[in-house]
Design a protein around this ligand. Structure first.
Ligand code: ACM
Ligand code: ZN
Length: 735
């Protein structure tokens, strides 16, 4: 019998927060009063398991624990396979005479040694302990986009080492996209001769105008031998590589190599801009055969049972005017181009199934139905995952809101350019991959979660690391821990134990979690802001000395816009981290609570009723915490100034960033009242600029706002078919 929930049966193993130096935190850990003297060496049995561990861990133990490991006739570490344990689980017992490891399978054995390496923290001895550990989810993934930017095999090995340390077991390798085809396919050599190279790359954020390009050839690819080598390297560390071959969209690199695979046959370059492009694979037989042939070579390289076939962001523009695609629709009796997309996915699914494999794809593959054993990656939100689980598909949760590590992790102005979005460490940590909308039975279909590293704005491994760490440490506890410790325990333990480890390994992690968080409090004449952190962080106005300690900032309401700047330097462990120049605007609505009749989305609702009146003007490139986000067709809110007040101008910022599915709203109606009961029109107009300015002198007490928005992202655009975001900030009133 498999002891699936064996941890529950082991009540004596109470977790001790004091010993929280292992990441992800083990399910149960109890120290004993014994000590194992290792004297700088551990001897493993001369079995296959022992030899494998020495090969994989020899260097890491030497470097991090200062312990030499080797196999020998008199082992000091006992290794016992126990097939009654739950998959990937292990028991680790350190006593004075011996170290004993029981493991369910190869991953369980590897994880016991990852844990042991983190547990050893003394030169000659190991603290006695009993650890029982098992993962919450069977799929614990990290994705890396190697198309937008290329990373060498050596760099990828380093990335895999980091994943392995945190007990991740799936590496989703994004190998093809519009900007570069990265895997050698012998039958189609031009895919890498032409498709792996682009002549230019857009400079800065792609929404910036005017656009400029760096005109330099950029690219690279992996030979099949190199890819096989990486598969083996990952396998030895308990990680399955899931390759992704994007189809039928994000195909521009392939079309540059073989234009006849597209609908128009037009020769287009490998793309140098980021986004979603109209030219996709045609659905003609020639292209279907090509895709099958590509997948045949891919499955010969990658033993993974599941193969990722993309499926996301497929504009139907070309298919609509392509005679071959239209003939297909007719011949197969399909309703429209969406069903044509289903045909492509279905065909690939059947092909891979005939070879004993399964497909996994982005949640768009659900459109129009899907074969039962196909897995779904829910990325546009949780809805796709919920629908897929209800339909009986296995699901990997990777919603942008909690899993897109290309998003900003701080709104500090010195953060390196990112795609947009806001995903701080704490938000990752609080993620629960199992949507509450699912019944107990449906929840079983959620097999795990994955962090995604898209690399449009991450050109180097240094940049990838900065976005990955420490958020991946938080994600490791999300996917591993059946019961997570509170964030207030995770954060100091991370800072004390894991970050020094990353530093020793030369990993460029971010310390953005030290940035100031300001708690807001409305006061009679304005707003008070108090810096806050879960760590022992201190704040000073002098960047060079621990002087000018900041308890709080005070902002007074003003009749005209006044700009104020406060420098706040964060200090941690007596070392200055960085200075935030807080730029505020003061005005008549500062610190006045807004009543939202239309509730902001939980994803973009920072500072509650003060989100629009906190004195911080939402800036570009956008970070979520500065903006209040909505997904409704009509947004209504009101502002009560408390007393009759003379105003002559109302200003409200909006955001237009179609690449992030954010659209400028369409119309605004403002009404005013002197008593909060009877309202008259102040102004009504179409919104044509990002900053709305309404000018009229009135005496007002209450203002009422009605804003209409764009209700659906049009076909061909990123996020097509979804309800776009409307972002607002700051609501500025002046006399
Ligand atoms: C995706 O981010 N386009 C899956
Ligand atoms: Zn076509």
């Amino acid at each position: 019998m498999k002891l699936i929930y064996f941890v529950v049966c082991c009540i004596p193993f109470i977790l001790n927060a004091q010993h929280s130096r292992i990441f992800p935190q083990p399910a149960a850990l109890k120290t004993n009063n014994e000590t194992f003297l290792h004297k700088g060496q551990l001897i493993l049995p001369q079995s296959d398991a022992g030899k494998h561990i020495v090969t994989v861990f020899h260097e890491a133990f030497e470097r991090e624990s200062g312990v030499h490991i080797e196999t020998g006739p008199k082992p000091t570490v006992e290794l016992i396979e126990n097939i009654d344990l739950a998959g990937e689980s292990y028991l680790l017992e350190v006593k004075s005479k011996q170290i004993r490891i029981e493991y369910a399978d190869m991953n369980g054995l590897l994880y016991a040694f990852q844990t042991l390496n983190q547990w050893i923290n003394l030169p000659n001895e190991i603290e006695g302990v009993s650890i029982m550990d098992q993962p919450r989810f069977s799929y614990r993934g990290t994705h890396l986009d190697c198309s937008r930017h290329f990373f060498t095999i050596e760099e990828l090995k380093g990335f895999i080492d980091q994943m392995a340390q945190l007990k991740f077991n799936r590496f989703h390798w994004h190998l093809t996209d519009d900007q570069g085809w990265r895997i050698e396919i012998k039958k189609y050599p031009l895919l890498t001769e032409i498709g792996a190279w682009r002549d230019s790359t857009v400079v800065g954020h792609y929404s910036r105008t005017p656009r400029t390009y760096e005109k330099q050839r950029y690219g690279g690819f992996y030979t099949q031998e190199e890819a096989k080598g990486l598969v083996k390297y990952a396998q030895d560390r308990g990680i399955t590589i899931i390759p992704e071959i994007e189809l039928p969209g994000h195909a521009r690199a392939a079309l540059a190599a073989y234009p006849s695979l597209g609908c128009s046959g037009e020769q287009l370059p490998v793309e140098g801009l980021w986004g979603v492009f109209d030219d996709v694979f045609c659905t003609q037989d020639e292209t279907i055969t090509f895709l099958k042939n590509v997948l045949d070579e891919v499955i010969a390289i990658f033993p993974s049972e599941t193969i990722h076939i993309g499926g996301d962001e497929v504009p139907k523009v070309r298919w609509k005017t392509c005679s071959k695609c239209q003939a297909n629709i007719k011949k197969m009796g399909l309703k429209d181009e969406h069903e044509l997309q289903r045909y492509v996915i279905e065909t690939m699914e059947q092909h891979l199934r005939s070879k004993g494999r399964k497909i996994i794809g982005w949640d768009e593959i659900l459109e129009g139905g899907l074969a039962a054993n196909a897995q779904v990656m829910s990325w546009r939100g949780t809805e796709g995952g919920i629908a897929a689980a209800k339909a009986g598909h296995q699901v990997v949760m990777t919603p942008t809101s909690h899993c897109y590590f290309d998003y900003y992790q701080s709104s500090h102005p010195d953060e390196p350019l990112a795609i947009g979005g806001f995903l701080p460490l704490e938000k990752v940590y609080h993620y629960n991959p199992v949507p509450t909308e699912l019944t107990k039975k449906e929840q079983q279909f959620i097999i795990g979660a994955q962090a995604n590293l898209w690399t449009e704005y991450l050109p180097t491994m240094d940049a990838v690391e900065y976005h990955t760490f420490p958020r991946l440490v938080a994600m490791s506890e999300v996917v591993w821990c059946i019961e997570k410790r509170p964030y207030s325990e995770f954060l100091p333990a991370l800072a004390r134990y894991y970050l020094p480890r990353l530093k020793q390994q030369g990993i460029n992690y971010s310390s953005a979690f030290l940035d100031v968080e300001m708690l807001l409090k409305p006061v009679p004449n304005g707003l008070e802001l108090t810096p806050h952190s879960s760590l022992n962080v201190q704040y000073f106005s002098d960047a060079n000395k621990m002087e000018g300690k900041i308890e709080r900032l005070e902002l007074e309401r003003t009749a005209q816009v006044v700009h104020r700047t406060f420098p706040v330097t964060t200090w941690y462990n007596n070392i200055p981290y960085r200075t935030t120049n807080y730029n505020f605007v003061t005005h008549l609505a500062l610190g006045k609570a807004v009543h939202f009749e239309t509730k902001p989305s939980l994803k973009y609702n920072y500072n509650d009723s003060l989100g629009l009146t906190n004195g911080i003007v939402g800036a570009l490139p956008w970070r979520g915490d500065q903006w209040v986000g909505f997904t409704e067709d009509t947004i209504r809110f009101s502002l009560d100034l408390g007393t009759l007040t003379d105003i002559s101008q109302i200003e409200l910022g909006t955001l237009n960033d179609p690449g992030s599915w954010i659209y400028r709203p369409q119309t605004i109606l403002v009404e005013y009242s002197t008593n909060g009961k009877k309202f008259k029109k102040y102004s009504k107009q179409a919104i044509t600029e990002d900053r709305i300015k309404l000018v009229k002198s009135k005496k007002v007490k209450v203002l009422r706002f009605t804003i209409t928005t764009v209700s659906e992202v049009e076909q061909g655009m990123p996020g097509a078919g979804t309800t776009p975001w409307t972002f607002l900030d700051e609501l500025i009133l002046t006399r």
